[in-house]
Design a protein around this ligand. Structure first.
Ligand code: NAD
Length: 483
C-alpha cells in the first residue's frame, strides 16, 4: 500500500461534504511533507451537524429503537474497522507518524470500544422505588440528546471510538470534531456508521480549527453534553463554554504520571514497562510514565538499564517499522518536537543530566531521540510540566513517605504505578496515591473495561468501563399516584 487519497471530506447529516472553511493540508510527520487535503468545517457546517443530530434525536431514531438493534449497530462499527484494518492502519501511520504496528494496535483498540459498548446496550435498565401502596414509582435513564466530542491528535481514531461508542450506546446523536493534525482516519469511523446502518444525523464527523469549529461546537445552544480530551488550557475554555449553556462535560486532560520502583521490584519487568510507558507513541500519551521515582539503593542500576533500553530504540518512519520491536516513530509536528526539545534544554540548564537523548534526530521529519533524564528534582520544570514526548525524568527517593510526596507532588493525577514484590506495600501505597488509576507491576494494566480519568488538573468524569456510560445518560424519575 503506498497511495493515500489526496482529498478527504467531512460527514454531516448522512452526506459527504466539502468544508465551508476551505481545506487544510495534513503533513506526514515522518518527512514533514504534505500528505493530503482535508475539508475544513465552518461555523455553518457545525450548526448543520448539530441540527442534524438534534433532528435525529427528536425523531427518536436512536431512542425508540430496541436496544439490541442499537447495540448490534455499534458493534458493527467495530467490525467495519477490523475489516479495513490494513488500509486504516496505513493512513494512521502516515498521518500520525506512528510505527505501523502501533497504528494496528490503535485500530484494534478502537474496534474493541465498539464491541465492548455495543455489548452493554441491553444492560441500561431502570429500577422501581417502593413508596407505599398509593404510588408506583420508577427511575429510567435517558440520553442527553446531542453529544459533542472534541478529539486530540495523539490517538485520533481510538479517542473518537472511546467516547462515540459509549454515547451512541446510550442513545445520543453525536457530533465529532476531529484534530487538525491527523483528521484523516476519522473518516473511516463515519464510513463505519454508514456500514452499520445508523440513522441519518446519528453520527456527524468533521475536521475544523479548534478556535473556530471547535469553539462553535462546544458553545452551540443545541448541544446537550460535551466530552473533551486534550490539554488543560483547552479543557478550561470548554468547561467555561459548557457552564454558560449549563450542560455537563467530561474532561480528560493531561498528566505527569509517576511510577515508583522499590529495590525488590523485578528489574527486567520494570525496564520493559518503562519502554512501553514512555516510548510507546513517542511518549505522546496522556497516561505516559513520564516520571520514574526510584529507591536510592537501585537508582544507579535502574538508570543504567533504562538508558541502555532507550539507546536500543531506533526512531524513524513508521512505514519502515511494521513489526513490534525496539522502535519508535516521529512526533506529531515540528512545533510539538521543538517544544519537547526546548524542555530538555531547560532541564539541563536547571541541573538535570540527559543520560541519553535530549536532541532532535538529524534527518527530515519531526523526530526526537528517546530521552532519559537523571538528577531530576521536584522543583524542575521537567518534573512538573507535561512534555508529551519520549522523555523520561528519573527522581530518587529514600523513604516511602518521600516517594509518595514526589509522586503526588504535581497538579495532575491521571495514573500512577507501583513496582514492588511486597503486596502490603503496594496496597498501602495504592491507597495514598492521588490518581484515577494505579498500576501495580504493569504499566497500562487494565483495558476498555476499567474506568479511566483523572484527579486534580487531569480532569473529571471517567471514560471506559461501565462507569463511562453514565456520562451519557441522565436520570428521570416517574411517580404515579394510584387512586
Ligand atoms: P488541544 O487541547 O490543543 O486540542 C484538543 C482538541 O481540542 C483539538 O481537536 C483542537 O482542535 C480542539 N480545540 C482547541 N481549542 C479549542 C477550543 N477553544 N474550543 C473547542 N475545541 C478546541 O490538545 P492536543 O494538543 O490536541 O492534545 C494533547 C493534550 O491532550 C495533552 O495535554 C494530553 O495529555 C491530552 N490528552 C489527554 C488524554 C486523556 O484521555 N486524558 C488523551 C489524549 C490527550
Amino acid at each position: 500500500m503506498s497511495e493515500i487519497k489526496p482529498y478527504w471530506q467531512n460527514y454531516i447529516d448522512g452526506e459527504w461534504v466539502d468544508g465551508g472553511a476551505g481545506n487544510l493540508t495534513v503533513d506526514d510527520p515522518a518527512t514533514g511533507e504534505a500528505l493530503a487535503q482535508q475539508a475544513l468545517a465552518s461555523a455553518q457546517d457545525v450548526d448543520r451537524a448539530v441540527k442534524a443530530a438534534k433532528a435525529c434525536h427528536e425523531a427518536g431514531a436512536l431512542t425508540e429503537m430496541r436496544p439490541v438493534k442499537r447495540g448490534r449497530m455499534v458493534r458493527a462499527m467495530g467490525t467495519y474497522l477490523l475489516d479495513h484494518i490494513d488500509e486504516i492502519a496505513y493512513v494512521l501511520c502516515r498521518e500520525a507518524g506512528k510505527p505501523l504496528w502501533e497504528a494496528r494496535i490503535e485500530v484494534e483498540g478502537a474496534a474493541r470500544y465498539f464491541e465492548y459498548y455495543g455489548n452493554q446496550c441491553e444492560t441500561i435498565e431502570g429500577r422501581s422505588i417502593p413508596l407505599g401502596d398509593s404510588y408506583y414509582d420508577f427511575t429510567v435513564y435517558e440520553p442527553f440528546g446531542v453529544s459533542a466530542h472534541v478529539v486530540p491528535w495523539n490517538y485520533p481514531l481510538e479517542m473518537t471510538a472511546r467516547s462515540l461508542s459509549a454515547a451512541l450506546t446510550a442513545g445520543n446523536a453525536c457530533v465529532v470534531k476531529t484534530p487538525e493534525l491527523d483528521p484523516l482516519t476519522n473518516s473511516f469511523i463515519a464510513s463505519a456508521a454508514e456500514y452499520a446502518g445508523l440513522p441519518r444525523g446519528a453520527v456527524n464527523i468533521f475536521c475544523g480549527l479548534g478556535r473556530e469549529a471547535g469553539a462553535s461546537l462546544v458553545s452551540h445552544p443545541d448541544v446537550n453534553q460535551i466530552v473533551f480530551t486534550g490539554s488543560v488550557a483547552t479543557g478550561v475554555s470548554i468547561a467555561s463554554a459548557a457552564a454558560k449553556n449549563v450542560v455537563p462535560c467530561v474532561l480528560e486532560l493531561g498528566g505527569k504520571s509517576a511510577a515508583i520502583a522499590w529495590p525488590d521490584a523485578n528489574l527486567d519487568n520494570l525496564v520493559s514497562n518503562v519502554r512501553w510507558g514512555i516510548f510507546f507513541n513517542a511518549g505522546q500519551v496522556c497516561s505516559a510514565m513520564s516520571r520514574l521515582i526510584v529507591h536510592e539503593d537501585v537508582h544507579d542500576e535502574v538508570v543504567e538499564r533504562v538508558a541502555d533500553m532507550a539507546r536500543s530504540i531506533s526512531a524513524g518512519p513508521g512505514v519502515d517499522r511494521p513489526e513490534f520491536g525496539p522502535n519508535m516513530g516521529a512526533m506529531i509536528s515540528d512545533s510539538q518536537r521543538n517544544r519537547a526539545e526546548s524542555m530538555c534544554q531547560q532541564a539541563e540548564r536547571q541541573g538535570g543530566r540527559a543520560v541519553v537523548g535530549g536532541r532532535r534526530l538529524n534527518r527530515p521529519g519531526f523526530f526526537l531521540e528517546p530521552t532519559v533524564f537523571d538528577k531530576v528534582t521536584p522543583d524542575m520544570s521537567i518534573a512538573q510540566e507535561e512534555v508529551f514526548g519520549p522523555v523520561l525524568s528519573v527522581l530518587k527517593f529514600g523513604s516511602d513517605d518521600e516517594a509518595l510526596r514526589l509522586a503526588n507532588g504535581t497538579d495532575y493525577g491521571l495514573v500512577s504505578g507501583i513496582f514492588t514484590a511486597d503486596v502490603d506495600r503496594a496496597m498501602k501505597t495504592a491507597r495514598r496515591l492521588r490518581a484515577g488509576q494505579v498500576f501495580v507491576n504493569e504499566w497500562y494494566a487494565g483495558g476498555v473495561e476499567t474506568p479511566f480519568g483523572g484527579y486534580g488538573k487531569s480532569g473529571y468524569g471517567r471514560e471506559k468501563g461501565r462507569e463511562a456510560l453514565w456520562n451519557y445518560l441522565q436520570t428521570k424519575n416517574i411517580a404515579i399516584a394510584i387512586r
